[in-house]
Design a protein around this ligand. Sequence first.
Ligand code: GLU
Length: 398
Amino acid sequence: MALTLSKRSEQVKPSSTLAITAKAKELKAQGRDVVGFGAGEPDFATPKNICDAAIKAINDGFTKYTPAAGTNELKEAICKKFETFNHLHYEPNQIIISNGGKHALTNIFDALLNPGDEVIIPAPYWLSYPEMVKLSDGVPVIVYSTKEQGYKVSAEQIAAAVTDKTKALVLNTPNNPTGMVYSKADLEAIAKIAIEKDFYIVADEMYEALIYTGEEHVSIASLGKDIYDRTITCSGLSKSYAMTGWRVGYAGAPLEITKRMSAMQSHATSNVNSIAQKAAVEALTGPTDEMVAMKAEFDRRRKYMYERLTAMPLCECLEPEGAFYAFIDFNEACEKSYKGEKIGSGARMAEILLNDFDTAVVPCADFGYPNHVRLSYAISMEQIEKGLDRIEKFLKSL
Ligand code: GLU
């Protein structure tokens, strides 16, 4: 057969965070006592008031198409949240509601990129960004940061990566996988470069509600009109409302960009599930006590995890400031041997931990750091304790 498949699909790798999580679940189903530090998925149930709003939507027959970019009711709730939490003013027609943060991002790249356009991605990066950019015919340009820099790239590094093909920069704060948070001063310096060199900012603020240092989340688009005009601010309900399966993400952008994203979405998927949109309205406008409690619990786990990890041999990690991940530098451990063979990489460590210690972790080659591993602390404290005991046992055996 001489038929071929697309070049675009050929260069895209499947998501390893989802693959690892699926593998851990499969092993659990086979009866193995696996601790899953894999995907960043809150272990909490979606709050009852949100579920009740969805049930009410079904009972009320709110089960038909909505406008492709989302209901006005939800857009208005998102505008209000942007206003109060992010200090950003968007009109409802500047908002698009998509099937999770991922879909919002793919819409954004589709709206911005022409073949060959470059997108600067600071590393460590969430593994889907480079693949998304490639799917939109763009070219990812990775700029690396070090542990000594707090895993944050500087404005100078970004400026040095700009070429005449640069179209956008992806900015993810709080960051997945490092948990690091860019300060207002960091963002001001980056905004200045974006304005001077004339490129867009794709601001992925999915973890905005999960900062544990007392610092306020700063949206880069809120720093002035020039940067607002070139920023697409993207977020979603998955992480802070324990709503991963509902698939509600959104973006606020200059009108011209939202219009294009909405037109594309109207052909690709139409609206986000009508019932999930009603649930999202309740999440954004209803009581917040459960969100506050979830955040406090994440913080408790974060502190425990950091304390345990830094006391382990061969394990280096910065204290995460936000999101729910610990990013571990295993460079030293990778030099050691296990069962007579050099470990060599985070991928091999993850394999050993899963096969011999029933512990699923995310190797970070796909996040730009082959000798690093990511642990999610969006699992119960009991599971965290058990998993860390196993990792410690493994490291002590080296
Ligand atoms: N964003 C989460 C993570 O990094 C969920 C899985 C995924 O979409 O990659 O674990």
